[in-house]
Design a protein around this ligand. Structure first.
Ligand code: PEP
Ligand code: MG
Length: 575
């Protein structure tokens, strides 16, 4: 029997089900048997104790460089300290409810509020709120919160929802897989699982057929799970897992080799990061550096902006680890789907077309100045590059470069050392820049094509809207024509052209990008070895013609089938 879901973190596992122990819940109708003052004081002291525990964990995660876990815990900390949440609790206590019931009522009130906002990303924070509420209830009633930190045997964890804090504190070596009834690819628990390397399938719906201790086969590549498993299915699963591990092992040989095509053309394969935690993996896999540091994650889920010194410490740390390999620091790309609380940005009807990224930085120049100072100061510890996102006209680039020069002057004046030759570039992700690439490249050192945004802006398709996701397609010949143009112009100018959107790790897109002349790719850390493997099967002598043909096609579908038909059997076996 098969249950289908969404593959949220790749891998395959055969193992015993461990149904997550139910988290103690409070009866929201329970009346208090103690005085109002006593109930309030028990809530106050429990919030304080829980806050202290969280603060310690945040520090611990930061010290260990586990910034995703730290960010998650910081979100929880902020939620726990939320005024509205507290007001709700105290109001219910005033109405005669017990302390745990009052917490449960206030949590549900907050969740209803989040739900009513109708934003899918905000809605995903509902699970985080329930997680906090349950922790607080356990603290009040003195009951242990479930603990995954000392699992004795390897299991596939099954739950309708898994509080992200529980996963963050788990012993991931004992979790062979994770299966959730709810959740999406972008929920916190999925991001964490992927960061921790746990094969994960989410959004499975009804999972009541799964029983504790029974064996299941979790295929987090296809996004499904087999239960009531027969002997034949077990044998099949074992073979599949072996095949998967063989592949992963085969890919290991690419840790030592540089990205290179079958005809000997060197292709630089860099990684995209959003905190320091994946840098080691990237170096271990022999990446050529960091092609995109999404620094906006340093600004998210906190009440204040990161200071210059705080940023400097982070950039310095990564730059030192990378040595002579580049660390491309993209200045804050907030807005669109990424929110920064401390900026109190008003909501907009069309956030992706609104006040975001460089537009904010050129308006609130202190933010940009702090960031540029931090990145420039870190430049003497490695090979730092700076990149501006979302440039849509020349005035923006001129102004950003002007501020960059001004910051350098100030650092000289302050006697703070920096590398005078730090390279500066832009993301090409707006069509107005793509078509005039020739003018822009004259003023900077490199381009990085942001195919995620370039696709949405060229096709007028919101990249987050599931209803029209079939229209979001970078194989569209219009998008490909722009990409080919950017690469051609940049190469012709003798400057570096990279591509750092998801397209860079797309197995079908890779031959086309090489055919257009692209020699630098920046991909998610988990794709570095696979991309090097695929490169070794490509012959650039033949790809120019293939890429040219793609530009003459009428539709994305036609381009895809043409590439598919062209690929060797060996390459196809990795698709
Ligand atoms: C892009 O737009 O392709 C890109 C890499 O930036 P982000 O996905 O962070 O918008
Ligand atoms: Mg972008």
């Amino acid at each position: 029997m098969i249950i289908k879901g969404i593959a949220a973190s790749p891998g395959k596992a055969l193992g015993k089900v461990m149904i997550m122990q139910e988290i103690p819940k409070a009866d929201p109708e329970q009346k208090r048997t103690v005085s109002k003052e006593e109930a309030i004081s028990s809530v106050d002291s429990s919030i304080l104790e829980l806050s202290e525990t969280m603060k310690k964990l945040i520090d611990q995660y930061h010290t260990q460089g586990e910034h995703i876990k730290a960010t998650l815990m910081e979100t929880h900390y902020t939620m726990l300290r939320d005024r509205l949440f507290h007001d709700g609790i105290f109001k219910s206590i005033g109405e005669g409810y017990s302390a745990p019931a009052a917490v449960a009522r206030s949590v549900e009130e907050q969740c209803r509020l989040l739900d009513s906002l109708g934003d899918s990303l905000i809605r995903e924070r509902i699970d985080d709120f329930r997680d906090i509420g349950n922790q607080l209830i356990c603290q009040i009633i003195g009951q242990n919160y479930p603990d995954l930190s000392n699992l004795k045997e390897e299991v596939i964890l099954v739950a309708r929802n898994l509080p992200p804090s529980l996963l963050a504190n788990s012993n991931s070596k004992k979790i062979a897989g994770l299966l959730l009834g709810n959740g999406s690819r972008t929920s916190h628990v999925s991001i964490l699982a992927s960061n921790m390397g746990i094969p994960t399938v989410v959004g499975c719906g009804d999972i009541s057929a799964l029983e504790n201790g029974k064996r299941i086969y979790l295929d987090a590549v296809a996004g499904q799970v087999t239960y009531n498993i027969t002997a034949d299915e077990i044998a099949f699963a074992k073979k599949e897992i072996e095949k998967y591990h063989d592949r992963m092992l085969k890919l290991q040989m690419f840790t030592q080799t540089a990205g290179c095509t079958a005809d000997g053309v060197r292709v630089h394969v860099l990684g995209n990061i959003m905190d320091t935690s994946t840098t080691d993996k990237l170096i271990q896999d022999g990446a050529d550096g960091v092609g995109l540091f999404r620094t906006e994650f340093l600004y998210m889920n906190r009440d204040n902006l990161p200071s210059e010194d705080e940023q400097f410490a982070i950039y310095k740390n990564i730059a030192e680890k990378l040595g002579s390999k580049p660390l491309t620091v993209r200045t804050m790309d907030i807005g669109g789907d990424k929110e920064v609380k401390s900026l109190s940005l008003p909501s907009e009807a069309n956030p992706f077309l609104g006040y975001r990224a460089i537009r904010i930085c050129l308006d609130k120049t202190d933010i940009l100045t702090d960031q540029l100072r931090a990145a420039l100061r870190a430049s003497i510890y490695g090979n730092v590059k700076i990149m501006f996102p979302m440039i849509s006209n020349m005035d923006e680039l001129d102004r950003a470069l002007e501020i960059f020069e001004q910051v350098k002057k100030e650092l000289l004046h302050d006697n703070l050392p920096f590398d005078k030759n730090v390279q500066v570039g832009i993301m090409v992700e707006v069509p107005s820049v793509a078509v005039m690439a020739n003018q822009y490249i004259q003023k900077i050192d490199f381009f990085s094509i942001g195919s995620n945004d370039l696709t949405q802006y060229t096709l007028a398709v919101d990249r987050l809207n599931e209803k029209i996701s079939n229209l979001y397609d970078y194989f569209n010949p219009g998008v490909l024509t722009l990409i080919a143009n950017i690469i051609h112009i940049c190469n012709h100018a003798g400057k570096i052209c990279s591509l750092c959107g998801e397209m860079a790790a797309d197995k079908l897109a890779l031959p086309l990008l090489l055919g257009f002349g692209l020699r630098n790719l920046s991909v998610n850390p988990s794709s570095i070895l696979m991309v090097k493997n695929l490169l070794s099967m490509c012959d650039t002598n033949k790809l120019g013609v293939l890429a040219q043909k793609a530009l003459e096609m009428e539709s994305a579908g036609q381009v895809r089938s043409m590439v598919q038909n062209y690929l060797s059997d060996q390459y196809q076996s990795w698709l």
